[in-house]
Write a protein that binds this ligand. Structure first.
Ligand code: IPE
Ligand code: IPE
Ligand code: MG
Length: 240
């Protein structure tokens, strides 16, 4: 668990080639709002703003691919009003993404089964994927995403192709993330130390960082500090 001890300001970490893919479990929006005596949905609005800021910062420091866990297959079990508001906030996020298309350089990819999404959100997600296809930076938004459902979906796709025996590459190739490298670093805010059904296959050798900071409070400087810590780690991948 990383705490932040602010010392003198350091230059942003240079990630090019050393941190290709960062993934975020954006947790703690509800508690952030509750602390302020506000409804949980206020925390989700603030969370969306933090997401825009932090994803932009990732691009600025040379990270080519970022993934954010926006809504899990398990989050449907929340009160309908909260689910509806989250869907609306995400739709506004996509509306804004369309307007920023020329300045942002971001390719949007949605991880998860779009079929269960509200129709307007689904159509915007499909359209945003299409129009941003050629952009150099990738933002994967995990939306109605669950890693177990993803793996089952991939297996069924391989069965449908008539495969009777498969390789790791076959399976990776059918995951929603098939166009992204595996994440180098998975960051979870909000203080819980678990993965909550996020990128289980892809994170086999990811470095993990858990911070108590609530998602809307995570500053760009906090993220720089997390990344500096990541860059000092020795990733052995089973070797010496
Ligand atoms: C994460 O924040 C966002 C979603 C799961 C959609 P939470 O809503 O889980 O916030 P906490 O964990 O209850 O504070
Ligand atoms: C994980 O947060 C899912 C997202 C951030 C979208 P949760 O708040 O849903 O996770 P649990 O319920 O604490 O495991
Ligand atoms: Mg939570």
């Amino acid at each position: 668990m990383l705490g932040f001890h602010r010392k003198k300001k350091l230059p942003p970490p240079a990630c090019e080639g050393r941190l290709k893919h960062i993934a975020f479990i954006m947790d703690g929006n509800g508690r952030w709002a509750k602390k302020r005596g506000m409804p949980r949905t206020f925390g989700h609005k603030q969370g969306a703003e933090a997401m825009r800021r932090l994803v932009r910062h990732c691009g600025d420091i040379g990270i080519k691919t970022a993934t954010v866990y926006a809504f899990s297959t398990e989050n449907w079990s929340r009160p309908q009003e909260e689910v509806d508001t989250i869907m609306l906030i995400l739709e506004r996020y996509l509306d804004e993404a369309f307007t920023l298309l020329d300045v942002e350089n971001v390719r949007y990819v949605f991880l998860g089964d779009k079929a269960r999404l509200p129709a307007t959100l689904r159509e915007k997600a499909i359209e945003l994927e299409r129009v941003s296809r050629e952009k150099p930076l990738t933002l994967n938004i995990a939306l109605n995403y669950g890693a177990r459902a993803e793996i089952v979906h991939a297996c069924n796709a391989l069965i449908a192709e008539g495969k009777s025996e498969i390789t790791e590459d076959d399976l990776s190739g059918k995951l929603y993330t098939h166009e992204s490298p595996d994440p180098d670093l998975v960051v979870r805010t909000g203080g819980d130390v678990r993965l909550s059904n996020f990128l289980l296959w892809q994170s086999a050798y990811a470095e993990l960082c858990f911070t108590k900071t609530l998602w809307p409070d995570l500053t760009n400087d906090d993220l720089d500090e997390i990344i500096r810590d990541f860059l000092t780690r020795h990733r052995r991948f089973g070797g010496l």
